[in-house]
Design a binder for this molecule. Structure first.
Ligand SMILES: *Cc1c(COP(=O)(O)O)cnc(C)c1O
Length: 503
């Protein structure tokens, strides 16, 4: 299987090349040239297959330059019971025709672990396969979950250095604690004086700074990305869509071959795009619900065909979806526009320039055939957490609550009462105070002490506190630096041991 860029100017490359580089040289995103199909029997067999073996089955279709034993070793290490418990993606029965796919049983309690636990294995092997003897510097700007999941995945991985930038006042207290207590000799974490956009812009500038690239290259380093623009992050996410479907059939929620709906809390469009790829590979899906918070750029786009990022970024209680440029949408456009790279480049240039592009009517209609979009405000999110707890004794984190509510909106608008799987992307313990607010139990919380909310959530629900949270209370703070956004490159060089003048 070879990979091409959505901008059409990067030739055909192997999966190892695509994974090592992250972004294509022409600024586009790597996509596979074709999508192999699975038979219904193969899909259903994933119910009894161990998760790591299902992952090997899916990854093997795309990462054809890796041997099956390389993939099997990587998946076994990534999805071990010590890291994810018995099942990395359990499907919970919550309401009559709605289940929740819990994707947060990994080390950092967010769905990003599923990709970021395996990416380092794929990347170090890619390094060996492409014959390079450089060491990799992983850069990540994070609104909370990516940073910690990437740190946990890459910590102490030989031949890599991982540098994470987070907005100092833009992540939850638990998220911040998770990052600043990160262990590992090769981990560096910096708070940025600014918001997520400032951090993200800084990282993008560093990626496109050829002088800096050359300079770190002289010391044997090369930059790469752990964001979902990397094919190595997207591919592992395809697995759980198949596995969830197999489980739903085995649990008699649907009959074999029956079409289902997935509701996905969406930010960068990576998670939902993996689902779209699963559908292309033969998974019986009626539609995907693209659920957004008040940063509803995607809702507008799917409903009108106009993508307009010219608006202010709202800080919400579902911070991992606070994003105005959903990078992976580019991959969907490329697919639906019949791989017209020239056209995709034009739209992306317009987005970079004026901040707006509009796709033709036929294309919007194709998008709408597969995607339904809805957005959910803060009040509705809080209300949904309370209602689902009262009605079903199930606790949703704010991101998952957005997807749940979007599914309700879908049913109301379409009268389609088909079975829906809501993807749950974070543990409620990552966002205790919002969850308590939804349950009406937030009165008098000690704002400065996040563990007060943790204790109260567990007291009120009987849901055990995850060991990762308990450990945070005692973990020493190892990363204290908060820096100006314009000093990111300097701090990277310094972290790599490259001499910096006047530092
Ligand atoms: C990253 C994240 C999302 C958004 O996923 P995308 O792939 O960026 O669309 C949703 N919820 C949580 C908790 C996340 O960490």
């Amino acid at each position: 299987m070879l990979f091409v860029s959505t901008r059409g100017q990067a030739g055909k490359v192997s999966s190892a090349h695509a994974i090592k580089n992250g972004l294509a040289a022409d600024g586009g995103l790597f996509v596979p040239q074709s999508f192999p199909e699975l038979s219904l029997d193969e899909i259903l067999s994933m119910h009894t297959l161990p998760y790591d073996q299902s992952a090997v089955r899916i990854l093997g279709l795309f990462l054809t330059d890796y041997t099956v034993s390389e993939l099997a070793e990587s998946a076994a290490l990534a999805y071990s019971p010590e890291k994810f418990g018995a099942d990395p993606a359990p499907l919970r029965r919550v309401a009559e025709n709605t289940d929740v796919l819990e994707l947060w049983h990994g080390p950092t309690m967010a769905f990003k672990d599923i990709a970021l636990q395996i990416l380092p294995h794929l990347m170090t092997r890619a390094q060996a396969k492409t014959g390079a003897d450089t060491r990799i510097v992983i850069l990540a700007a994070t609104s909370g979950d990516t940073g910690k999941a990437a740190l946990e995945g890459f910590a102490d991985v030989p031949g890599t250095e991982i540098v994470v930038f987070y907005p100092d006042d833009g992540v939850s207290q638990i998220q911040k604690l998770q990052m600043i207590t990160q262990k590992g000799k090769n981990t560096r974490v910096f708070g940025i004086k600014g918001n997520f956009d400032d951090a993200q812009r800084g990282v993008k500038e560093i990626f496109s700074n050829t002088e800096l690239e050359k300079e770190i290259g002289e010391y044997g380093w090369v930059f790469s990305s752990a964001n979902s623009i990397n094919w190595g992050r997207l591919a592992p996410q395809i697995t759980y869509y198949f596995k969830a479907y197999a489980d739903a059939v085995a649990n008699n929620r649907i009959s074999p071959g029956e079409k289902v709906i997935f509701s996905v809390p969406t930010g960068n469009f990576g998670d939902i795009l993996a689902g779209y790829y699963a559908k292309k590979m033969g998974l019986p899906v009626e539609r995907f619900i693209c659920a957004s918070n008040s940063n509803n750029v995607l809702t507008d786009f799917i409903n009108t065909g106009l993508y307009n990022k010219v608006r202010t970024l709202n800080k919400t209680i579902s911070p991992s979806m606070d994003i105005l440029v959903s990078s992976n949408l580019e991959r969907l456009l490329f697919d639906l526009a019949d791989k017209d790279a020239e056209q995709v480049s034009e739209w992306m240039n317009q987005l970079n320039g004026e901040g707006i592009y509009k796709v033709p009517r036929e294309l919007v209609e194709k998008v709408q055939d597969t995607f339904f979009a809805a957005w959910v405000d803060e009040e509705e999110t809080i209300e949904t957490i309370g209602k689902v707890y009262n009605d079903h004794e199930y606790i949703l984190d704010p991101h998952t609550a957005v997807a749940w509510r979007a599914a309700i909106k879908y049913r109301l608008l379409t009268s389609d009462n088909r079975y829906i799987i809501v993807l749950s992307t974070a543990s409620p313990y990552k966002f205790c105070s919002s969850v308590l607010k939804g349950m009406g139990r937030a009165e008098g919380l000690e704002e400065s002490n996040p563990f007060d909310a943790v204790r109260r959530l567990s007291e009120n629900t009987g849901m055990p506190v995850p060991k990762q949270v308990t450990a945070l209370a005692e973990a020493p703070v190892l990363h204290k630096e908060v820096i100006d956004a314009d000093k990111m490159a300097l701090n990277i060089k310094n972290a790599l041991g490259i001499p910096v003048e006047n530092f």
